[in-house]
Design a protein around this ligand. Structure first.
Ligand code: BGP
Length: 482
């Protein structure tokens, strides 16, 4: 739509930044923390860029006060962070580790000291390794009970001060990389049946947590964050338009329909059945999924890029289970599902050095689609640019990051004018941090952290990038002059 004037962001709009425990905390074995699946996975040769780990990460565990003080200087209204399950339950399902509870108590209180709203992610991919060893983690239905126990422990301890909860971070990504592409733990490849079953367990964990949280704290705001790459059909050939629909049903609506409606998309279930894949459900699952959907307050969206969809012949390309983790631009290849679709490059758009398409308007598109399809408020829980940054004379000039964020915010503002109810916008990330597969050289923060791939490198000192000052001004003016 075109509007002569913009109404702008609401007064209490939550301008934020996000992180995840494994990517920032470090202190991987401190104060009673148990090993997580990621602590183990990064030790398998060849799994991460230059064998980087989060053992030390950017030491947020010990420097959180300094980091939160910097957030306050910037003017952040919200800090989205995740909790490491293995700090709270070192064995996954045994005794609570009080030191873990205390760490997050302190972090939450530190945020509140500066009136920064803590937005807590319950699960950002790091699961106690003990559960992997005991019963293969997400593959076993038992995990739903253990997850709900873990989450309700968080609600009980922090619910008096935390109102905003994100249950799952990018369930579509950790399951795809974990059971189809072998790039995340448990590193399995092409396990279609397991992939869908694991997803069902994660959906049940999400749904039961939503219901429990609302019973304990009816005023809490809850949702899960979906890695949403909206799709564009290649052209007006009907088979490309239909391929786009197939892509959406299997890659986007499959997750968002469960969060938003409490059910799977019909065509996707039919297709899976034709492939011999059947999701095992228990009595009552459908009712809980529906109930959770009716209690869900927002759709969380992590937006980085859009996708192009073209029909893919039955003899067409499959997937190579590879991605560009080096930052050498142009090394990605076209992948797809034979008989359904493939995802060619978008000729109209530039890409990052890691071949991620840069498409600001795609963010508005996401918001419009969610608004028309689910009529839910939206939390943009991640958006940002991974780039090679250079520290020179204690300064970082990152005009490319400012340009990226500015263009995305301009589109988000238009989405608000379109009538989308956007509650928050969190950049990824506040400080530089570990990029799961891409090491420390792929930087996202407003704060440069002095460390490289090598565990013994750098002082871990923090430096404000130019983008820090730019975002400070955006927040001060509530996004008026973008
Ligand atoms: C999302 C994750 C984040 C973060 C981000 C950037 O998928 O939720 O944890 O890592 O993407 O991705 P990457 O680090 O691969 O560049």
């Amino acid at each position: 739509m075109y509007f002569k004037e913009s109404k702008g962001f609401k007064k209490d709009f939550l301008w934020g930044s996000a992180s995840a425990a494994y990517q920032v905390e470090g202190a991987y074995d401190a104060d009673g923390k148990g090993m997580s699946n990621w602590d183990e996975f990064v030790r398998i040769p060849g799994k991460t860029f230059k064998a980087t780990t989060g053992d030390k990460a950017v030491d947020h565990y010990h420097r959180f006060k300094e980091d939160v003080a910097l957030m306050a200087q910037l003017g952040l209204k919200t800090y989205r962070f995740s909790i490491a399950w293995s700090r709270i339950y070192p064995d996954g399902d045994g005794k609570v580790n009080q030191a873990g509870i205390e760490f997050y108590n302190n972090l939450i209180n530190e945020c509140l000291k500066y009136s920064i709203v803590p937005m807590v992610t319950v699960y950002h991919w790091d699961m106690p390794q003990a559960l992997e060893e005991k019963y293969n983690g997400w593959e076993n239905r038992q995990i739903v009970d253990d997850f709900v126990r873990y989450a309700t422990t968080l609600f009980r301890n922090y619910g008096d001060r935390v109102k905003h909860w994100i249950i799952m971070n990018e369930q579509n990504i950790f399951t795809r990389f974990g059971w189809l592409d072998g790039m995340h733990p448990p590193g399995k490849i092409d396990q279609q049946q397991l992939f869908y079953q694991v997803n069902h367990h994660a959906f049940m964990a999400h749904a039961r947590c939503v219901v429990s949280l609302k019973e304990m704290y009816p005023d809490a705001l809850v949702g899960s964050s979906f890695a949403y790459s909206p799709s564009y059909g290649l052209d007006c050939q009907p088979q490309n338009a239909m391929a786009k629909y197939d892509y959406d049903d299997l890659n986007n609506f499959f997750w968002m329909d469960v969060y938003g409606y409490g059910r799977y998309p019909k065509a996707a279930i039919r297709y899976l059945a034709s492939q011999g894949i059947e999701i095992k459900m228990e009595n009552g699952d459908e009712a809980i999924m529906k109930k959770a959907a009716s209690l869900t307050d927002f759709m969380g969206v992590n937006y980085y890029q859009s996708t192009v969809v073209e029909f893919n012949d039955i003899d067409g390309v499959g997937t190579t289970h590879e991605m560009n983790t080096t930052g050498k631009k142009g090394t990605s290849t076209v992948q797809g599902v034979p008989g359904l679709y493939k995802n060619p490059k978008n000729e109209f758009l530039p890409t990052t050095d890691w071949d991620w398409t840069i498409d600001p308007m795609g963010l508005r598109y996401c918001c419009r689609e969610i608004t028309s399809r689910y009529d839910l408020p939206i939390v943009i829980s991640e958006n940002g640019l991974g780039a090679f940054d250079k520290l020179e004379d204690e300064k970082v000039k990152d005009p490319y990051r400012v340009a990226y964020l500015q263009a995305h915010l301009q589109e988000l503002k238009k989405a608000v004018d379109d009538g989308c109810d956007v509650l928050a916008y969190c950049t990824w990330s506040f400080t530089d941090l570990l990029s799961w597969l891409n090491g420390y050289q792929k930087r996202y923060g407003f704060i440069y952290v002095d460390r490289q791939e090598d565990e013994n490198s750098g002082t871990l000192n923090r430096y404000k990038k130019d983008s820090f000052y730019w975002y400070q001004e955006v927040i001060r003016t509530n996004g008026e002059n973008l």
